[in-house]
Design a protein around this ligand. Structure first.
Ligand SMILES: [Zn+2]
Length: 452
C-alpha cells in the first residue's frame, strides 16, 4: 500500500499521540479509513461512534484503540515492540501475530503437505483485510495460547475416517485435512507439491446450519416466517461471500434450543457426507494424472500471486465421489443411513442456493462444475439401493422415495416464494456485503469495535 507522505505523517502522529506508539519502535497492525473514499458511510460511522461513545460501558477500552476525526479513522488491531518480538524476518511480519513464530518458520517455505495447507490458510488471511481483521479479533481473545494451526477444526475429519476400513484409513490419515477457507465455500481436494491436502470451508458449516433451519421452518405455521426466510438468506449470502464470516464474534440470533440442536446435528451429518466426498476424490485417484479417471487440473492464481493446482471435477467423477462417500465406509447400516439422509438434505439445500445465486450474484454465475442437485439425489439413491444386500443394508430410518419426492416438492415451493416474493422485496439489502440478523431472535445488538 502506498501512503502519501502527508497522510503517513498524520497516521504516525495519531499512533504516537493517541496510542503512545512510535512506529519506529513498534510493529503495529491497524486499519485506516479515509473519509474521502466514501463520505456518506464515513459520516454515518462517525455519528454512530459518537452516539455509543457517550454511554457505552466499554468506552475507555475503545478509546485506547479507536480514533476518528473529520478526515480519517484508525483502528488499532495489535502492537508489539520490535525489541520484544521473537525473531521473524521483516518480510514475514505480515503473518504475525496470527501465525506464531514457529508457524511462520513452517510455512516459509512449506516442507510437507501439512505445512503447505497451513501456508494456504495463512496466505488467505494475509491477503484479505476482512479475514485479517476477524482473525486479529480471535487472536486477541486469547493471545497467549493462540495458534493458527490450533484454530482449524479437524474433529469431523477424524470422525469420518474412523468409519473407513483400515486400509483406506491408512491412506487418508496421510492426507492433511481440516476446515479452513477456500475461494469458494465448499470442499476441495488439492494436489500440492508435497502431496494431497483436503480443505472443507468452515463457512459450509454455518451455511448448512442456516439452510437446515430455513428448510425446516419455511412455509410452516409455527415459526415466524420472516425468520425462516432470514435463515435461508443468511445461508445463501454466506455461500455467495456477501455475509461477514464472523458468526462466533457477532451472533445473528439465538434460535430456540430444540431447533438449534436439530439443525446442528443435521449439519454434522451433511458434513460427514461432504468430507467423505473429498476423501473419495483422493481414494479414487481423481487427482492422479496417471489414473484412468483423468482429472482436469487447473492453476488457481491466488491473490498473493502464487498459483496452485486445484482439481476440477467432472460430472462422472462427482457422481462417483458422491456414491463412494457412502459406499467406502464400513457396513454399519446406521452410519450408511445417516450419511444417505444427510446427502439428501445437502442437495435439497443446494437447489435453493443455486436458484438464489443467479439472482443475488449474477456476476458469479459460471459454468457449474457439479451436476444439478436433484439429479444427484436420485442417482445417488439408485446407486446405493442397487448395492443393497444382506451385509450392506440400511435402517428403517432411510427416507423412502415418497419421502424424498415430497421434500423436493416442498423445496420447490420454498424456492418459488424465495424468488418471487422474498428476494424481490429486499433485493438491495440482500446484495450488500455485511451482516443480517433474525428479527425475532436477535439478542441485544452488539456494536462493532465496542462489543467485539
Ligand atoms: Zn467433488
Amino acid at each position: 500500500m502506498k501512503t502519501d507522505p502527508g497522510n503517513y505523517k498524520k497516521i504516525k502522529g495519531v499512533l504516537r499521540n493517541r496510542f503512545g506508539l512510535d512506529i519506529e519502535e513498534n510493529f503495529v497492525n491497524f486499519e485506516v479509513n479515509w473519509r474521502r473514499k466514501d463520505p456518506e458511510r464515513y459520516d454515518q460511522i462517525r455519528e454512530t461512534y459518537r452516539e455509543h461513545f457517550k454511554t457505552h460501558p466499554n468506552r475507555e477500552a475503545v478509546k485506547k484503540r479507536f480514533y476518528i476525526d473529520e478526515d480519517f479513522s484508525i483502528y488499532l488491531q495489535s502492537s508489539h515492540k520490535y525489541s520484544e518480538l521473537p525473531e521473524i524476518d521483516p518480510e514475514n511480519l505480515l503473518y504475525f501475530p496470527i501465525c506464531r513464530p514457529e508457524e511462520i518458520r513452517r510455512i516459509r517455505p512449506p516442507k510437507n503437505a501439512s505445512d503447505y495447507l497451513l501456508a494456504m490458510m495463512a496466505n488467505a488471511i494475509a491477503d484479505s483485510p476482512r479475514l485479517k481483521r476477524i482473525f486479529l479479533k480471535r487472536w486477541e481473545a486469547n493471545p497467549q495460547s493462540w495458534s493458527l494451526s490450533g484454530y482449524f477444526d479437524r474433529v469431523a475429519f477424524g470422525e469420518y475416517m474412523r468409519k473407513l476400513p483400515s486400509e483406506k484409513q491408512a491412506i487418508c490419515s496421510n492426507i492433511p485435512a481440516h476446515f479452513g477457507f477456500l475461494s469458494e465455500p465448499n470442499g476441495a481436494c488439492i494436489r500440492s507439491p508435497h502431496g494431497k491436502v483436503i480443505v472443507v470451508s468452515e463457512l459450509l458449516k454455518v451455511y448448512l446450519y442456516y439452510m437446515n433451519l430455513g428448510l425446516l421452518t419455511a412455509l410452516t405455521d409455527d415459526f415466524p416466517q420472516v425468520d425462516a426466510f432470514t435463515a435461508l438468506s443468511i445461508a445463501v449470502r454466506m455461500m455467495l461471500q456477501l455475509e461477514t464470516p464472523d458468526f462466533d464474534l457477532d451472533p445473528r440470533g439465538k434460535i430456540p434450543t430444540d431447533l438449534h440442536d436439530l439443525c446442528t446435528s443435521m449439519a454434522e451429518g451433511q458434513l460427514q457426507f461432504v468430507i467423505g466426498h473429498e476423501y473419495a476424490h483422493a481414494l479414487l485417484g481423481h487427482l492422479d494424472a496417471s489414473a484412468a479417471y483423468r482429472a482436469t487440473v487447473i492453476l488457481v492464481p491466488t491473490e498473493s500471486g502464487e498459483a496452485r493446482e486445484q482439481y476440477v471435477p467432472e460430472y462422472e467423477q462427482e457422481f462417483a465421489a458422491d456414491a463412494a462417500s457412502l459406499l467406502q465406509v464400513g457396513l454399519d447400516p446406521a452410519a450408511l443411513t445417516a450419511l444417505t439422509n444427510g446427502a439428501t438434505w445437502f442437495f435439497l439445500g443446494l437447489e435453493i442456493l443455486n436458484a438464489s445465486a443467479k439472482v443475488l450474484r449474477p456476476d458469479m454465475a459460471k459454468e457449474d462444475t457439479h451436476p444439478d442437485p436433484i439429479s444427484r439425489i436420485w442417482r445417488l439413491r439408485r446407486e446405493l439401493l442397487a448395492r443393497k444386500s444382506p451385509d450392506r443394508d440400511f435402517t428403517a430410518e432411510l427416507y423412502s422415495d415418497t419421502d424424498v419426492a415430497s421434500w423436493i416438492d416442498r423445496v420447490n415451493s420454498i424456492k418459488k416464494v424465495m424468488l418471487e416474493a422474498w428476494m424481490p422485496e429486499r433485493l438491495d439489502s440482500l446484495r450488500i456485503y455485511g451482516s443480517i440478523y433474525f428479527p425475532t431472535f436477535r439478542g441485544p445488538a452488539l456494536i462493532d469495535r465496542f462489543d467485539y
